[in-house]
Design a protein. Structure first.
Length: 280
């Protein structure tokens, strides 16, 4: 087992507020990277699923609410749904000490919305991981306010990288673009798989065979992309013989004005616009 997180300089516990699917993914990643169970406190009134199994296995402290601690936490990770934020975070904010960093993975909640509840000068990081974090293959976009120290950013980097890659942004406004590309992106890939399987059925394959081919093709191509240093355009060209079957299909997907690029750009911009609306 990796011990990367065991060596972190933590002055207090890591408080995880919310242990749903993403909270459980983070918890699993932290434990897998060596964060000690005694350094974790979970605030969750209805623990269930993967998180409950991890808590049982590792003996992690769980409380329905948290009003006090012997010493301020090193990190408060906010993983609750946005609609429950006010009731959960308002009392939790009182735990933050001068050296505490608050890291939110709540969609649509700005850094300023957290700063309003926290002591002046509190370090806040806003992050957006995606669902492949559940298997350690996620990617997170993150942005820090002006009070986050290099040491605090290092801690947050390690906590987030336990479930995948991390990209740090200079401008919080770009979080909506990150959400539109990678946060929502897995849904686009799943839709691609659905539509590819349905197209296979239209071509005469039975449903089970079409889905098996589509799933294996999408996941295999994704793994090839991950392992290859080549640009995706080069990988596409490597599959495409002039005048062949792939070229015939790509002529449809890449036609000017109404091809896949235009459709994907429209979709991502729509997601970005909605993210901005939810954040107001």
């Amino acid at each position: 087992m990796s011990s990367e997180l065991a060596s972190l300089a933590l002055d207090g516990p890591v408080v995880l507020a919310g242990a749903g699917k993403m909270g459980a993914a983070l918890l699993s990643g932290w434990l897998g990277r060596g964060l000690r169970s005694r350094d974790i406190i979970i605030q969750e009134p209805g623990l269930a699923g993967d998180a409950a199994e991890l808590v049982s296995e590792h003996g992690i402290a769980v409380v329905p609410s948290l009003a006090s601690l012997p010493s301020p936490p090193s990190v408060i990770v906010v993983a609750v749904k946005p609609q429950g934020m006010e009731s959960v975070f308002t009392p939790l904010a009182g735990l933050a000490g001068p050296a505490t960093v608050v890291m939110s993975i709540a969609a649509g909640k700005s850094i300023a919305s957290f700063e309003r509840h926290l002591p002046r000068g509190t370090a806040v990081v806003r992050a957006m991981p995606n669902t492949p974090a559940a298997i350690g293959r996620g990617i997170s976009g993150a942005v820090a306010n002006a009070h986050v120290t290099p040491a605090q950013q290092h801690i947050c980097q390690n906590l987030l990288s336990s479930v995948g890659e991390v990209v740090w942004l200079e401008d919080e406004a770009l979080i909506d673009a990150v959400t539109a590309v990678s946060g929502s992106g897995p849904a686009y890939v799943f839709l691609l798989t659905e539509t590819l399987a349905n197209a296979g059925k239209a071509a005469g394959l039975d449903a089970a065979t079409a889905m098996q081919l589509a799933r294996a093709t999408v996941s295999g191509a994704g793994e090839l992309l991950r392992q290859s240093a080549s640009d995706p355009a080069i990988l596409r060209q490597n599959v495409t013989s002039p005048g062949g079957t792939t070229a015939a299909a790509l002529a449809v997907l890449m036609r000017d004005g109404n091809g896949l690029q235009e459709l994907m750009t429209e979709a991502v911009l729509a997601a970005q616009k909605r993210g901005r609306e939810l954040g107001t």
